[in-house]
Design a protein around this ligand. Structure first.
Ligand code: MG
Length: 405
């Protein structure tokens, strides 16, 4: 086993920093937001966020055993140390990488604060002063989760008119790019397991896309997500049916395990395909990018390995002239981490915003509302440039969570 602890100790005192504690809090938004604070002996604390999932914060807390005393100014090495040291507890992908992602982000925040520069500067500098946002929209009523499962409403809610009305409402808010889910329970009849689409369900999808396009026109970018639902033949059929509507992309058409099937869909259609939110580290993106199975890559930085790993994925995408549009269902903390990333990547296109229905999303931080006219300005403050409102964190803690001290 390789030892990724600190063997390079020759540093001036102002950068000879040590991690002193790691704390977590789970905030219940429309998703569970796994927040982490990394404390240091340098008078600064870093904030980060990991993607949702039970026990992710337990893994983060466990890393205290070997991260206390480590120098947080080595986020890439710290990330490798966590993955290496925890591999006996969760493997080299999966939740260990998700947990390490939030800590890595917090380390970049610390480094920015110690060196007095914004994170984008540390990641190589910026291409843009603001990052374009696409808004995840829901027809009728938004998804709700009940006992950890997504609850769908009845078929009446998901009519083309409801999608079109919501698209118009959100476009009027200033967003220049929108995304809707295009997969509902009733589309999986008569068989919920085999992934084949019926003609009726296909027509429903076409009617929805047509209604939205008729309402918002073609100046607004428009994507649809089908969450890995379909068999190869159905995926090809759906993609071809989408071709007249000039989509920004069609997301996650076939299950994620088989790269060859994904590539087959890409070969069969001219509609841009996006995928990547459930993959970990550069290795799980390699075939997708180098075999051209995707047109827009959508890693989640709070899942796949943090900011450096996401940048490495984006660089490989750039090599193949593939756009990079991060998946993001985070609180403002993880979102701001993505903003710094988006600023410094040439092939960045749009960043997801998935909290339209959470009216206290912007209350979680102490800055002005982040999104203005569909863009987030890249902050110039040191680190991530965002601070938590601790009272709001406390108010929305997941039941049973103790939160930050
Ligand atoms: Mg998705």
């Amino acid at each position: 086993m390789r030892d990724f602890s600190n063997h390079a100790t020759n540093r001036p005192p102002e950068r000879d920093v040590e991690i002193t504690d790691i704390e977590t809090a789970v905030v219940e938004g429309n998703f569970e937001w796994n927040l982490v604070k990394v404390h240091t002996n340098a008078g600064v604390t870093g904030i980060g966020e990991s993607y949702r999932g039970g026990t992710v914060t337990d893994i983060m807390e466990y890393t205290k055993r070997f991260l206390v005393g480590e120098n947080p100014l080595d986020p890439e090495r710290i990330f490798r140390r966590i993955v290496q040291d925890m591999s006996g507890h969760g493997g080299t992908t999966g939740k260990v990488v998700t947990a390490a992602s939030g800590i890595e982000i917090a380390c970049w925040d610390i480094m920015g604060k110690v060196l007095d520069v914004p994170v984008y500067q540390l990641l190589g500098g910026k291409y843009r002063d603001e990052v374009r946002i696409y808004c995840d929209c829901h027809a009728g009523e938004a998804f709700e989760t009940e006992a950890g499962y997504v609850a769908h409403h009845d078929e009446e809610v998901y009519q083309p008119k409801a999608y079109a009305e919501e698209a118009a409402r959100v476009a009027d808010m200033g967003f220049t790019a929108l995304k809707f889910d295009l997969d509902m329970d009733m589309d999986n009849h008569p068989d919920p397991y085999n992934g084949r689409i019926s003609n009726r369900a296909m027509q429903r999808k076409v009617d929805i896309v047509e209604a939205v396009r008729e309402t918002i026109g073609y100046d607004i970018d428009l994507a649809f997500d089908v969450h890995w639902d379909y068999s190869l033949d159905s995926a090809k059929r759906i993609a071809r049916k989408m071709e007249p509507y000039d989509l920004m992309w069609l997301e996650d058409v076939v299950p994620p395990e088989n790269m060859d099937a994904q590539r087959e869909v890409a070969r069969a259609t001219g509609v841009p395909l996006a995928t990547g939110e459930n993959r970990f580290r550069v290795h799980e993106f390699k075939d997708l990018l180098y075999d051209f199975g995707v047109d827009v890559i959508t890693p989640d930085p709070s899942t796949c390995g943090g900011l450096a790993e996401s940048k490495a994925i984006a660089n490989r995408a750039e090599e193949n002239y593939i756009a990079f549009s991060p998946h993001n269902v985070c609180s403002p903390i993880g979102t701001m981490a993505c903003v710094h990333l988006g600023a410094c990547i040439p092939n960045f296109d749009v960043l997801e915003y998935h909290a339209l229905e959470v009216d206290w999303w912007d209350d979680l931080h102490t800055s002005d509302p982040l999104i203005e006219d569909g863009y987030i300005e890249v902050p110039e403050k040191p680190g991530l440039g965002i601070d938590l409102d601790e009272d709001i964190v406390e108010e929305h803690l997941l039941k049973g969570e103790s939160g930050f001290s």
